[in-house]
Ligand binder design. Structure first.
Ligand code: ATP
Ligand code: MG
Length: 223
């Protein structure tokens, strides 16, 4: 089997008549953590959504677990997402009417994982992200950074093949950011996850496997 989990080949996407991505190539391998840097509005969320199979390209191919997925119907893509992809939304959207615990537990429930295992897994990930004390709170009772960590926990709890984290560090202080990144890297190595992280931060050095910069629709590798 290929060591590549997900790849984009010559992917282009226009939004509202403007070309946002123009011939983007990207490969993410098992256990690899890659970072895409780019200023606000350059298309990071568009790229993240294409990798997470939430958006289809206009041109080019998306290959997921050795299969071209461009032509799959939306319900087939939703099924792949449920099983294999953890997406951390830039806005950290959580379900407002259920607790942090229930938000993190939700994907496990949908996957039919038994209650005892669900409880164990939620506590494990919550403890690593330092939100164990906040699990009974509702999203509007959490700080921005806590919400972000709940959203990260919800994406990671099902141990997906691919994690797409769209600006996951936006509300975190430097120390928390590095702790979360270390945890994600360990998970990636141990569970052979492919991880894509985006950031508007063009400069702060971060210890990842590969870095890219997105600018004017073009993704180039940062040396
Ligand atoms: N629904 C939409 N309708 C029209 N234009 C859109 C829409 N969504 C995004 N865009 C435009 O597409 C471009 C890329 O947006 P995208 O959200 O991918 O950027 P980004 O790099 O994630 O920005 P940020 O760092 O601010 O989140 C922007 O110019 C944006 O204004
Ligand atoms: Mg964005």
């Amino acid at each position: 089997m290929s060591s590549i989990v997900v790849s984009l080949r010559a992917v282009s996407k226009a939004i509202g008549g403007d070309t946002v991505l123009n011939g983007v190539d990207l490969e993410i391998g098992f256990g690899q953590v890659i970072l895409v840097r780019g200023k606000s509005g350059v298309g990071k969320t568009t790229l993240a959504k294409i990798v997470a199979l939430l958006l289809k390209p206009d041109k080019g191919d998306v290959v997921f677990l050795s299969k071209r997925v461009n032509d799959l119907a939306w319900d087939a893509l939703a099924d792949l997402r449920l099983r294999y992809i953890g997406y951390i939304d830039q806005l950290c959207k959580l379900m407002p009417n259920i607790t942090a615990f229930e938000n993190i537990e939700l994907p496990l429930k949908i996957l039919g994982i038994p209650k005892r295992e669900r409880i164990e897994r939620v506590h494990e990930v919550a403890s690593l992200l330092n939100i164990k004390e906040k699990l009974l709170r509702y999203p509007n009772e959490l700080s921005g950074g806590e919400r972000q960590r709940v959203a990260i926990a919800r994406a990671l709890v099902k141990k997906p093949r691919v994690v797409v984290a769209d600006e996951p560090f936006a509300h975190l202080d430097d120390e928390t950011m590095r702790t979360v990144l270390e945890y994600v890297k360990q998970l990636a190595k141990h569970n052979s996850m492919a991880v894509l992280i985006t950031t508007t931060d063009l400069y702060t050095p971060l210890d990842v496997d590969e870095e890219f910069v997105l600018e004017s629709g073009v993704l180039r590798k940062k040396s």
